[in-house]
Write a protein that binds this ligand. Structure first.
Ligand code: OOG
Ligand code: NI
Length: 301
């Protein structure tokens, strides 16, 4: 890992986080309250477990395109996850150095949607004839930062958005929000006692008036019991559509994770526990429910 690559990564991660922090009230609320409570002194003290992106699986977009940005910075492609009901593929990427967040990158399997939904998605993306990432200087952090926030396709019409929403909340979210940062993840085990267990942290978040995603229970737990995750429900934000139509839709959200120490390292003193001693990766059943943090349609059951 050379110095310049880390600098590039620092620059575009900061650009992404800056816009995310400004757009998602829950981010400032949680960080501000942690500072007020004396748990941390600044945002930088929060360990970011991972960040997540959503993409559309169509030619020149999707994971195959988007991942190049991260592979170039030294991220390593790890496990694959499949979400049958939601029609999604995902991978996670291990960072080039432990102080960087993991990446969770998902992709809508567009060809599995109805003809109508596919046509709606192609209406916006079919003008893209080459991979937009190939045109980027992947050593230029500022250029990559601009890329994440630039509209790759036209703003959707409200009617198209609503039709997509009927079939796939994920599709509707991406067609409006594009490659916008979907969430960052507060690593709770790295906070002070009183805040370093997910139960306590969730209680703190709820005391701020924020709503947690309760799909599958507020705390999602992996089969081995070692990866525990919760998230806020994305706050609704008034969105302006192509013809000036308006509708409140889900923005981004905040996740909290607790990675427990692996059985083989349980005898180590807490002061010696590092990232590599804790549960790695993600869990399909947890993730499946966390995707629902941006759902805006009332639940069917
Ligand atoms: C990602 C949901 C999955 C995790 O940590 O398992 C996830 C998304 O909502 O796009 O973040
Ligand atoms: Ni996540």
């Amino acid at each position: 890992m050379n110095f310049d690559k880390e600098k590039t990564l620092d620059i575009f991660l900061n650009v992404l986080f800056d816009r995310y922090r400004k757009a998602v009230p829950a981010v400032k609320k949680i960080t501000g309250s942690l500072i007020e409570a004396g748990v941390i002194k600044a945002q930088e003290e929060i360990v970011n477990d991972h960040i997540a992106f959503r993409t559309l699986g169509v030619p020149h977009l999707g994971i195959a395109s988007f991942e190049k940005i991260f592979l170039h910075q030294g991220y390593k492609k790890m496990e694959y996850y499949y979400f049958e009901g939601k029609k999604l593929n995902a991978y996670w990427y291990a960072p080039p150095a432990p102080e960087y967040p993991r990446i969770f990158m998902s992709e809508l399997i567009v060809k599995e949607l109805s003809e109508l939904a596919q046509q709606l998605i192609y209406k916006y993306t079919s003008s893209i004839h080459k991979d937009p990432v190939d045109a980027l200087d992947l050593d230029n952090g500022a250029e990559i930062g601009t890329f994440f926030h630039q509209p790759l396709w036209q703003l959707p019409d409200l009617a198209d958005y609503q039709r997509l929403l009927e079939e796939s909340e994920y599709a509707a979210w991406v067609i409006y929000n594009r490659y916008y940062l979907n969430h960052y993840t507060i690593s709770v085990q790295d906070l002070k006692p009183g805040y370093n267990k997910l139960e306590d942290f969730n209680r703190f978040v709820e005391s701020l008036g924020l709503k947690l995603n309760s799909s599958g229970g507020k705390i999602k737990v992996s089969a081995d019991g070692l990866l525990r995750q919760s998230s806020t429900m994305a706050e609704m934000q008034e969105a302006v559509f192509a013809e000036g139509e308006r509708m409140p839709i889900a923005g981004s959200y905040v996740e909290f994770s607790e990675r427990l120490v692996l059985p083989e390292f349980r005898e180590l003193p807490l002061t010696e526990i590092k990232r590599e001693h804790r549960r790695e990766g993600f869990e399909t059943n947890n993730a499946d429910k966390i995707f629902e943090s941006t759902y805006i349609k009332p639940a069917k059951d």
